[in-house]
Design a protein around this ligand. Structure first.
Ligand SMILES: CC(=O)SCCNC(=O)CCNC(=O)[C@H](O)C(C)(C)COP(=O)(O)OP(=O)(O)OC[C@H]1O[C@@H](n2cnc3c(N)ncnc32)[C@H](O)[C@@H]1OP(=O)(O)O
Length: 198
């Protein structure tokens, strides 16, 4: 029986587990360091013959789980929902999850442990760095760049060629028409930009 660990038994983890099943994994084993009903990473770390994927939506936490699994030589799985549409020229990193109805167009580059959530559109030549979360119904125009740890909120639109830095949050339903630098929060239409802790 084909087994997989899903590290993080959150609501997001449930969605990841559904995709894993559609990708042919018959036995889902949740791993969670904070919930006693599941084994912790410490319990499973010697069993690195079973592949692993990540079920945590928080970008910083997901990056730490990814590094832990990598350091213990786990095979890190990239899960792609069969109802996504992906150009053959796209590259997708390890530990990334592509959810239903996602479209990724020509020459886009997607990093490690990224979440491309339901119905997001990643246009041609976009570059999405590691540990990014692109929420449901987001549209990125052509050649948009998104830096590490950034979260693009649900239903946002980003026009072509925009550069969004690292550790940025783009608020739900925002329209981004100018570049956004690192550690900013940007929301509204057109979005206003503030320091992340403002
Ligand atoms: C499957 C999934 O669930 S995926 C997850 C999807 N989740 C998201 O996309 C959430 C994205 N996060 C947001 O949009 C948040 O509201 C943030 C990060 C933009 C702002 O959060 P905070 O800094 O905590 O702002 P806060 O809630 O205090 O609101 C501050 C002001 O901004 C306004 N505001 C907050 N978010 C937005 C937004 N997305 N667009 C426009 N205005 C907003 C508030 O109404 C408030 O206005 P007021 O001062 O006039 O009352």
């Amino acid at each position: 029986m084909k087994s997989i660990y899903i590290y993080g038994a959150s609501g997001h983890g449930l969605v990841v587990a559904d995709i894993a099943k559609l990708c042919g994994y018959e036995k889902i084993i949740f791993v969670d360091d904070g919930k006693n009903i599941y084994p912790s990473f410490e319990d499973i770390k010697e069993n690195n013959h079973i592949p692993i994927a990540f079920g945590v939506g928080n970008n910083t936490i997901r990056s730490k789980l990814f590094e832990k699994a990598k350091n213990c030589d786990f095979k890190i799985v990239t899960l792609i929902h069969p109802n996504s549409v992906i150009s053959s020229s796209v590259s997708i990193g390890e530990g990334t999850v592509v959810m239903p109805n996602v479209a990724i167009n020509a020459n886009a580059i997607i990093g490690n442990a990224v979440i491309l959530n339901t119905s997001s559109i990643i246009e041609h030549e976009c570059k999405i760095d590691d540990y990014v979360h692109i929420s449901p119904n987001v549209a990125l125009g052509g050649a948009v760049k998104v830096g590490k740890y950034t979260h693009i909120g649900i239903g946002s639109n980003i026009i072509q060629c925009i550069i969004i830095g690292e550790n940025v949050i783009v608020g739900a339903g925002s329209t981004v028409v100018r570049n956004v630098s690192d550690f900013k929060k940007a929301y509204g239409n057109p979005c206003k930009v503030k320091d992340i802790n403002e």
